[in-house]
Design a protein around this ligand. Structure first.
Ligand code: HEM
Length: 146
């Protein structure tokens, strides 16, 4: 019927009005909130044991920093907008100005992120998209030469 699309959803056939069909976000595709929580939790386990990165984090408890990065990444990939509701516009480069992000800090950050991404065991195409973004974003956060 014109204006209706037939969509097969777990064996059921639903009719959804044209225009209401939503493309699946990357957030949904990789498993939603649970996946981002796992990613960032593993990452912060690495940070907690890193003699160069750990002292950069101002708070004794890494839990709140873990929550901020999780919410940011969820929002970036099409999930809930809780990060901006709580923190406002990301302005990530500006928020990193107080920290000395040089090549060594960049490399260490990406090293722990790589371990965390590997543990997710995503489909190769999703993994490539996530990794491309993380490497691009990390390079853009460098604010100190050397
Ligand atoms: C390149 C190396 C990086 C270093 C050394 C670094 C370090 C830090 C530090 C020390 C903080 C403060 C902890 C906190 O209070 O939350 C922070 C915050 C944060 N970082 Fe990074 N970061 C790096 C790259 C990135 C990248 C690539 C992203 C995004 C993809 C990112 C996203 C965030 C977010 C969302 C926050 C919390 C901002 C807020 O709401 O206050 N960082 N980072």
């Amino acid at each position: 019927m014109y204006g209706l699309a037939r969509v097969c959803d777990h064996g059921r056939v639903n009719e959804i009005r044209r225009g209401e069909l939503q493309e699946e976000t990357f957030f949904d595709l990789v498993g939603g909130e649970a996946t981002f929580r796992r990613l960032v939790h593993t990452f912060y386990q690495g940070v907690a044991g890193d003699p160069m990165l750990r002292p950069m984090y101002p708070e004794e408890d890494l839990g709140p920093a873990e929550e901020r990065l999780t919410l940011f990444l969820m929002q970036y990939w099409g999930g809930p907008r809780t990060y901006s509701e709580e923190r406002g516009h990301p302005r990530l480069r500006m928020r990193h100005v107080p920290f000395k992000v040089d090549r060594a800090a960049h490399d260490a950050w990406l090293h722990h992120m790589r371990t965390a991404v590997d543990e997710l065991a995503l489909a190769p195409e999703a993994e490539r998209q996530l990794w491309d973004y993380l490497t691009y974003a990390a390079a853009s956060m460098i604010n100190t030469p050397g």
